[in-house]
Design a protein around this ligand. Structure first.
Ligand SMILES: [Zn+2]
Length: 114
């Protein structure tokens, strides 16, 4: 995966679950939280604040997980994991966003944005 250098906003994160490009929400992805696992010491930055706790180590390197959701209602985690000098990236699907009793979407919390 190669990311473009240059001006801000030159690359847009797209939802890996939306049937692109027909789905109108595939490029409207929100960031919910970030977790960094450093040998079993997990630090999470979430909308409510930061927390550090012990967790199981992931291999011999660190792992960075970014929790994301799109306006189409899909949730997924972007996982960056170091391994032997390279960084692997993968997306893991999570449960889709729930609906409220009145049928509206119960959007998950997200990191602060303007
Ligand atoms: Zn989506």
């Amino acid at each position: 995966m190669r990311i473009e250098l240059g001006e801000p906003y030159s690359s847009i994160l797209e939802c890996p679950i939306c049937p692109q490009p027909a789905h109108p929400d595939y490029s409207y992805v929100h960031l919910g939280a970030v977790k960094v696992n450093r040998g079993g010491e997990m630090t999470m930055v979430a909308p409510e604040g930061e927390i550090t706790y012990q967790y199981k180590p992931i291999g011999r390197g660190s792992e960075i997980v970014i929790y994301c959701w799109c306006e189409g209602g899909h949730t997924f985690e972007l996982v960056f994991q170091f391994h032997k000098g390279q960084t692997f990236v993968r997306a893991i699907r999570d449960q889709d966003v729930a609906k409220n009793e009145d049928g509206s979407t119960a959007w998950p919390p997200e990191l602060w944005r303007d």
